[in-house]
Ligand binder design. Structure first.
Ligand code: UDP
Length: 238
């Protein structure tokens, strides 16, 4: 059997991916399927850290938050990511996987705070670490948290799980001629105005020479194929 292409990865799951076909919240069947995908990869011995978004529960810039102070709304968004992280860790516990949630915002009765050496220790012990509360700062996103934590833990790649199976030359929902890039450089993505991650996250990955793989979370087995280094999704590299 061939071995995984990576030893340590940072997986970014959007909060919206947890909704399944529901209008909001956490869809049980969807989270269980995600955990099954994660479990398959963890069994290969890959050290896995996860950043999960909060868009399924709350988005700071959403219409429901209109009129709210932006920073306050963003803190609510970060708390939503804590809820998703707890749900994900608990679903992993039920599946027999050991996970630790670490929060960028201190809420110690609920989850332990993010402490980098502790996170590294958990990863070395084979535990899955779920980074909650984004970067801990308003005006950022969980994509940026993924780029930041990925850089901090020395991940070899950021795996961005989305509903689309990669980066396309145009919006595949609108343009039938849109084609998927198998690989693309950071510079090409910028010059072609392709949206891979938000600009802050993208710039950080580029500076740190941290590659990004965009792939589909809804496609069965895609995470494992990505981990095995197969041609799945789009690899954005230096
Ligand atoms: N957020 C924030 N700072 C961070 C990460 C997230 O303020 O470092 C807030 C922001 O309001 C954002 C919300 O949390 O809209 C949910 O995160 P995100 O939109 O990245 O979640 P996703 O789109 O992945 O579900």
């Amino acid at each position: 059997m061939t071995s995984p292409a990576y030893k340590r990865v940072l997986l970014k799951l959007s909060g919206e991916a947890l909704m399944g076909d529901d209008p909001y919240g956490i869809n049980r069947a969807t989270i269980e399927r995600m955990v099954a995908d994660v479990s398959e990869v963890a069994k290969l011995g890959v050290e896995l850290a996860i950043v999960i978004g909060g868009g399924n529960i709350f988005r700071g810039v959403a219409p429901g938050a209109q009129g709210m102070d932006r920073a306050t709304a963003d803190y609510m968004g970060m708390l939503a990511t804590v809820m998703n992280s707890l749900a994900l860790a608990d679903a992993m516990r039920q599946a027999g996987i050991t996970a630790r949630v670490m929060s960028a915002i201190a809420i110690e009765q609920v989850v332990e705070p993010y402490v980098r050496p502790k996170a590294l220790q958990y990863l070395e012990e084979g535990k899955i670490v779920v980074f909650a509360a984004g970067t801990g700062n308003p005006f950022f996103t969980t994509d940026t948290a993924a780029a930041l934590r990925g850089s901090e833990i020395g991940a070899q790649i950021v795996l961005k799980a989305t509903k689309v199976d990669g980066v396309y030359s145009a919006d595949p929902n609108k343009d039938p001629d849109a084609t998927r890039y198998s690989t693309i450089t950071f510079d090409e993505a910028i010059s072609k105005h392709l949206q891979v991650m938000d600009a802050t996250a993208f710039a950080l990955c580029r500076d740190q020479k941290l590659p990004i793989k965009v792939f589909s979370i809804v496609k069965p087995g895609a995470l494992k194929r990505v981990i095995m280094g197969e041609d799945e999704g789009t690899l954005v590299h230096v």
